[in-house]
Design a protein around this ligand. Structure first.
Ligand code: CUA
Length: 336
């Protein structure tokens, strides 16, 4: 995310995403925006009309009924039933219309459709993290166009507030609980996402973007973005995978004993199996052990590993094998 210097450099300023708004409001880029704006304009027009009426009549009465020399003081009327009913019923009707319009817009805004695309949002001092269903974490919010998206949000520290002006979406992120909001973007583009709750001295730097992808391109973006190992050498990629997929909880890379065999020097060894027999630790055995951990369990270890089928691609497995190979090979060394 931008630091203070990034803010001063316009090229790094996410707020430069220009929206096609009117004088009063930013562009209407979500399905609830037109409804929200209708309520805003209704209230604006009603307030302006009553302001003009009250101030206009006041001015007129000041001039018309001002005290003149010699004019007699008229007796003040105590009440006028018709007038009083009129000025009660008309405002009541107007307020009822405003309530109904506002309530309907609010319910539409709060009630997410049943089949939403879910994205997890974490707010922290002072950045946003968006976690996608495949585990990818991004600093910007990427969404498909024309699909309902539901955000499940929480904060790591203090209260933040996610605000996308073009979507008319604003919702607090509260530490220790989940809040949610939803929207359906109507046009591909890049929109501003801001924090709208003062959360510390870098609050104004808590800027990010919503990227709305054209139909069919979101899935492609997500797949590429999640493929963080793509441009790394295999051993480096293997190390990252080893850390992010939790291999390190059971398998050390420095020879330390754990719940699973250490990866150090493992490639090329011959292992005794729990069910009897031996196996050579080669590419195919490693692959099988990752995808079907119970197939051939090494003697001296419990069958506690769960499968990584569907979590690691063939490329990922090749990268992990490269990591193991890089940790030394001891061909022919049989260890239990
Ligand atoms: Cu986070 Cu202001």
């Amino acid at each position: 995310m931008s630091d203070a210097c990034g803010l001063l450099s316009p090229g790094n300023w996410p707020l430069l995403a220009q929206s096609s708004g009117s004088f009063w409001l930013p562009g209407q880029e979500s399905t609830v925006a037109p409804e929200m704006d209708r309520v805003f304009y209704l209230i604006l027009i009603v307030c302006t009309a009553f302001f003009a009426l009250v101030v206009g009549l006041m001015g007129l009465f000041i001039v018309r009924y001002r005290s003149r020399p010699g004019s007699a003081t008229a007796a003040t009327a105590s009440h006028n039933t018709v007038l009083e009913i009129t000025w009660t019923v008309i405002p009541l009707g107007i307020v009822a219309v405003i309530f109904w319009q506002g309530f309907r817009a609010y319910m539409d805004m709060r009630t997410a459709p049943p089949a939403c695309y879910e994205i997890r949002v974490t707010g922290q001092q002072w950045s946003w993290l968006f976690t996608y269903p495949n585990g990818h974490v991004d600093e910007n919010l990427h969404v498909p166009v024309d699909e309902p998206v539901r955000l499940t949000m929480t904060s790591k520290d203090v209260i933040h507030s996610l605000w996308v002006p073009d979507f008319r979406v604003k919702m607090d992120l509260v530490p220790g609980r989940y809040t949610s909001t939803w929207f359906r973007a109507v046009r591909p583009g890049t929109y501003n996402l801001l924090c709208a709750e003062y959360c510390g001295d870098q609050h104004s730097n808590m800027l990010s973007s919503v990227v709305v992808h054209p139909a069919g391109e979101f899935e492609k973006w997500l797949k590429d973005a999640a493929n963080y190992t793509k441009n790394l050498p295999p051993v480096e990629a293997g190390k990252l995978l080893y850390q992010r997929h939790g291999c390190s909880q059971c398998h050390s890379i420095d020879g330390t004993a754990g719940n699973g065999p250490t990866f150090k020097g493992i490639f090329g060894q011959t292992h005794a199996l729990a069910g009897g027999g031996n196996v050579l630790v080669d590419e195919n055995y490693i692959r099988e052990s990752i995808l079907e951990p119970q197939a051939k369990v090494r003697a001296g270890f419990q069958p506690i590993m769960s499968t990584y089928q569907g979590q690691l691609s063939d490329d990922d497995i090749a990268n992990l094998i490269a990591l193991m190979k890089s940790l030394g090979q001891k061909p022919g060394q049989g260890q239990p």
